[in-house]
Design a protein. Structure first.
Length: 399
């Protein structure tokens, strides 16, 4: 079915998978902030800017279908390359809309392209989830998860930081640079070499088997529930940070880049620290969510952009530790032939259900203001920490 002998070439494949993930995340994080900034500039509405950002998560409602197709198909590398090429074409579509000079065309093209970018990202993410299990041996799961998480988070942080510079280039140059980044992400995929593997059952059977495992295993089910709540709150906080800088403090885009950059840098550092931590997943997660909640709550008292940086870094540090702990634990209990489907289940039941989080965050900020909106998300995140104590399957997992 696949190469059981994890030799140097398999490890090289894993490093190329990490490289593809890092470059892609770099491009997507820069793209997200550029898109939010452009839509906010054209429309003046944080809610519409949040909707533009959320368009990338809507395709994840079909993520379990995508994961089932990826698990079944034997041409995993080819489908990933095709999705990467479509990404570049979508940026060309936005460039054409900008060239017309009509704001409505730009906004519509951004909404459409962002939706399709979410779909192509889902395809590539599903392939990478399957490859992670194939290219690593069990004793490499923790270090591999740490490498993947830290590399992608550093790349995402760099994307947030560079987005301020990209925005300053102007609309046409901004999206041209983003197109070149997505083109560069294609190169590591071309170097991956491994024996093909897949299945022969129907896609419907693959979908049902994935749902049965995700819903039937209490550990996986509770991870999905926690991820649903946590990601929804984080999605709200994201658009609130941008609104705080642009609307509240009336600062340039570079300050958004600085705050998000430190948040993601914290995640990268936490991911590196995560491989050195062991213990009960429940206790680790309770501490993590409490720290994140307290960090967000403290931002409600911030009166300038610089003071938002330290709590952002601390929240990111906690998120990074949690990412490695969860990913490592799940890799140990999910069989290789189910990896893409379970990744799809996490997206479908978790991330996709939070597709309206950016919209909710925009409306919360508009109605409650900066102080009470950040207090609200902080309290909600600390409430998740309390709920974890009562999730017995999740709390019993060892890391």
């Amino acid at each position: 079915m696949y190469n059981e002998n994890r030799n140097d070439s398999m490890l090289q494949n894993f490093h190329m998978t990490v490289a593809n993930a890092a470059i892609s995340r770099f491009g997507l994080s820069a793209y997200n902030l550029v898109v939010i900034w452009v839509v906010l500039h054209i429309t003046g509405s944080p809610a519409l800017a949040g909707l533009a950002d959320s368009m990338m998560t809507f395709p994840l409602m079909l993520s379990i279908v995508v994961g089932s197709v990826v698990d079944r198909i034997w041409l995993k590398k080819e489908i990933a390359i095709g999705a990467a090429m479509i990404r570049v074409a979508l940026l060309v579509l936005i460039l054409y809309a900008i060239y017309t000079g009509k704001g409505i065309y730009v906004v519509v093209s951004i909404f459409a392209a962002t939706f399709l970018l979410g779909f192509t990202s889902d395809v590539i993410d599903s392939v990478r989830a399957s490859w992670m299990k194939v290219f690593l041996s069990e004793d490499q799961y923790k270090s591999g998860s740490s490498e993947m998480s830290s590399a992608t988070m550093l790349a995402q942080g760099a994307g947030f930081v560079i987005s301020g510079i990209i925005i300053a280039l102007g609309d046409i140059r901004s999206f041209l640079v983003l197109a070149l980044i997505f083109l560069a992400a294609l190169l590591p995929l071309l170097t991956i070499r491994h024996a093909r593997y897949g299945g022969s059952g129907s896609v419907q059977e693959y979908i049902m088997n994935g749902i049965r495992l995700a819903m039937g295993d209490g550990r996986i089910r509770e991870v999905i529930i926690i991820g649903l709540m946590g990601n929804f709150i984080l999605g709200m906080a994201g658009i609130m940070f941008i609104s705080l800088v642009q609307v509240g403090f009336r600062l340039p885009a570079i300050y958004v880049s600085m705050i998000f950059g430190m948040l993601v840098f914290g995640i990268a550092v936490g991911s590196l620290l995560g491989q050195r931590i062991s213990g009960n997943i429940g206790r680790i997660s309770i501490a993590v969510y409490a720290i994140i909640g307290a960090s967000f709550f403290s931002i409600s008292f911030v009166k300038n952009g610089f003071l938002a940086v330290p709590p952002s870094f601390i929240a990111g540090l906690a998120m990074g530790i949690e990412n490695v702990a969860i990913n490592t634990s799940l890799m140990r209990i999910i069989p290789v032939e189910m990896m893409a489907r379970i990744q799809g289940a996490f997206n479908t039941f978790g991330i996709a259900a939070t597709a309206v989080s950016s919209i909710a965050g925009g409306f919360l900020y508009e109605s409650a203001g900066s102080t009470y909106s950040f207090m609200t998300v902080g309290i909600c995140m600390m409430s998740v920490a309390v709920m974890i104590r009562f999730m017995r399957n999740f709390s019993s997992m060892a890391y």
